[in-house]
Design a binder for this molecule. Structure first.
Ligand code: ADP
Length: 655
């Protein structure tokens, strides 16, 4: 009863009725004020109610509270309400009643803040003075709080220092206290806040104290994030610094470049000249325009044609022409320089010519060197030409001389031979053996002279193109048999076997027989000459047909000293001998094989050599086997035999 009558006294007020410290009843006005229903808070302890309403005080504080001292409570939807709280003990000591009297609502006091919060473009927070309890905050503000204080239920009604660990003793705390003390606004620019998720951020803020009825009540904190702006500005400064250092680097590279480099703007004014360019054009400065730039000089192309100023590479570059490695000669009254010019054009975004960079590469030394080399080469070629001319002349003279001498020598030699033959025929029996032996010596040496002279004459004939071939049809097998017969005595003298091998009984071909005899006799005389005697060695002549090609192949195979690989080509050259010193052991001139090669070639044939030093050599001659049309076969008779004998005697005269 007592309880009912007590409550009745307060039934218009917002109150909570506690029985033994737990909520037993609330008034409708309380529900209206806080948005909590009776069912929601029934049975809550006093402490739980203080927590629910986020009252910044303890139960004891409240009990001792003066009736008109303001405290903030927060509704279910987190709205801050300034109230007085009266704690009244009722008659029954177990009963107690908390009476809440609304004094003001933050939202009513700060209507303008509502819109700012609602827009959510800037972070907005309202703090109480002096406790800095968070009374209001929009989502934007919450987004930048460290968890768990980024949720309204975790941070509303909390003091600053409870929400932000680092606040106590910080510069920010000082700032807030200064605002409270002076009542003046504070506008920090780009202040740094480190957030849990985002790291460092920058803010422009307005911290404005709101004074109501002469009492400072709130600090409104409006923050505008400027992290991107600050970072962009820093990046810009950084890249400007980098650009600056790149620019310095480039400038020093360009300045020290060996080439002269000039940069012109679109008005043809030189805006930069490096050290070399200043050396090249000493009286120019960066105000000089291209027009006056060229006044003192004359320019020539490499053919010594004067280049008009309009046609100069640099000028043409201004007309957007490509200038790449253009070589010109610059002439100044005091000096001249061969230069290679390159121009690079730089355009702006709209394709307007902005800059022309021109480089001059001094190539005077290169040109001078090239000229010197060219002159030297020309001199060498001229000397060489003169030498060649003299050499050819000398050769011709030598050939003429040899031919003349040979001719002159041939006549007396023919007389000597004829005389010797007559002597042999007529007086052989009248002469003693001794005289005959001497006579034999005379004959042999006469033949050697004849061989030498014949070779020399034929050589000059072939060289001068006066060589004649008289082909007749003849049985080459029979001819070879005769040749071998004629030289058997020479081989026998050295105890060398000499045999003909062939599967052909006869083979008539069209050939110049005396030239053929010369070829075979030369090869055989060499074979005999270079095969050591009395060692049971043998020489083979092998004749075979190469039917497909209508050719005949004659091989002279010996078991003599052989020819080193590196000398195989040399011996076919005039006067070419394997080893002059060694060969001197054997008589010879070194013209035989060169003549053989020329003659074989004249006969449309080929000669090849295969040799194994120390084991012997094989000379292979291939000749056309076709017969000569409408000519009768030449039968080998007495005359041929005599000629072969004579030829063999001559060819073997130096053995
Ligand atoms: P010559 O015999 O008068 O010296 P050649 O032109 O006939 O001149 O021969 C040139 C050289 O080739 C000879 O001096 C010799 O060194 C070498 N030669 C030629 N034929 C033979 C051979 N069958 N065996 C070894 N050496 C040879």
């Amino acid at each position: 009863m007592a309880r009912l009558s007590s409550l009745f006294d307060y039934h218009d007020n917002a109150f909570i009725f506690f029985n033994r410290g737990y909520v037993e009843d609330i008034s409708d006005a309380f529900s209206e004020l806080t948005e909590y229903t009776k069912e929601e808070i029934l049975g809550f302890s006093t402490k739980e109610i203080i927590e629910l309403l986020r009252i910044n005080a303890t139960m004891q504080d409240l009990e001792q509270n003066k009736p008109n001292e303001s405290l903030y409570i927060f509704t279910k939807s987190y709205e801050a309400i300034e109230t007085t709280i009266l704690v009244k003990k009722l008659d029954d000591i177990n009963h107690c009643i908390y009476i809440f009297t609304e004094k003001a609502r933050v939202s009513d006091n700060l209507l303008f803040v509502e819109q700012l919060c609602h827009d959510n473009i800037r972070g907005v927070a309202v703090h109480s003075i002096p406790d800095l309890v968070l009374l209001k905050a929009n989502q934007k503000y919450l987004d930048f709080q460290n968890p768990p204080f980024n949720h309204i239920e975790n941070c509303i009604g909390k003091k600053f220092k409870e929400r932000v660990k680092a606040f106590e003793g910080s510069k920010a705390e000082e700032v807030y206290h200064e605002i409270i003390r002076t009542g003046k606004s504070y506008y920090p620019n780009e202040y740094k806040i480190e957030y849990y998720q985002r790291g460092i951020t920058y803010w422009n803020a307005s911290l404005v104290p709101i004074i109501i009825g002469g009492t400072p009540k709130y600090i409104i904190d409006v923050g505008n994030e400027v992290t991107e702006t600050v970072l962009n500005r820093r990046r810009l400064i950084e890249s400007q610094r980098e650009l600056e250092s790149h620019k310095l680097l480039l400038e020093s590279i360009v300045e020290n470049e060996h080439d002269a480099i000039a940069v012109f703007n679109k008005d043809c004014e030189a805006i930069m000249l490096n050290a070399e360019a200043r050396k090249l054009y000493p009286h120019f400065n960066t105000e000089t325009t291209i027009k006056s730039f060229h006044k003192e000089f004359q320019f020539y192309d490499f053919n010594n044609n004067l280049i008009s100023v309009e046609n100069l590479p640099t000028r043409r570059a201004f007309n957007r022409e490509k200038v790449r490695n253009e070589k010109i000669l610059i002439k100044h009254p005091d000096w001249s320089q061969y230069t290679e010019i390159n121009a690079t054009l730089i355009f702006d975004d709209e394709d307007n010519l902005e800059l022309v960079v021109v480089s001059h590469h001094n190539i005077s030394d290169t040109i001078k060197n090239q000229e010197e080399i060219r002159n030297q080469q020309e001199q060498i070629i001229n000397i060489e030409k003169e030498r060649n001319y003299e050499l050819v002349k000398n050769m011709e003279m030598k050939d003429e001389f040899l031919s003349l001498i040979s001719h002159e020598l041939r006549t007396p030699l023919t007389v000597i031979t004829a005389t010797l033959q007559t002597l042999e025929l007529t007086c052989k029996n009248e002469m003693s053996d001794r005289t005959n032996r001497y006579l034999e010596k005379v004959k042999q040496n006469t033949n050697r002279l004849i061989k030498l002279i014949n070779n020399l004459l034929d050589n000059t004939r072939v060289s001068s193109g006066h060589f004649k071939i008289n082909k007749t049809n003849i049985d080459i097998i029979a001819l070879n048999k005769k040749i071998i017969e004629s030289i058997l005595p020479f081989a026998e003298k050295k105890d060398i076997q000499l045999n003909l091998y062939t599967e052909l009984a006869s083979k008539v071909i069209g050939i110049d027989e005396s030239l053929y005899e010369r070829i075979i006799l030369n090869l055989l005389s060499n074979a005999v000459k270079f095969t050591p005697g009395n060692e049971g060695k043998s020489i083979k002549v092998i004749i075979s047909e190469i039917k497909k090609q209508e050719m005949i192949q004659i091989q002279v195979v010996d078991e003599g000293i052989g020819i080193p690989k590196d000398k195989m080509n040399l011996i076919f050259e005039k006067f070419g001998q394997v080893n002059n010193l060694f060969s001197r052991n054997q008589e010879g001139t070194g013209i035989g094989l060169s003549l053989v090669k020329m003659v074989v070639k004249q006969m449309s044939g080929e000669i090849m050599l295969d040799s194994n030093e120390g084991f012997g050599s094989t000379f292979t001659v291939i000749l056309p086997a076709a017969k000569v049309d409408s000519v009768k076969e030449n039968i080998i008779g007495q005359k041929t035999e005599e000629r072969i004998l004579q030829a063999a005697a001559i060819e073997f005269s130096d053995i």
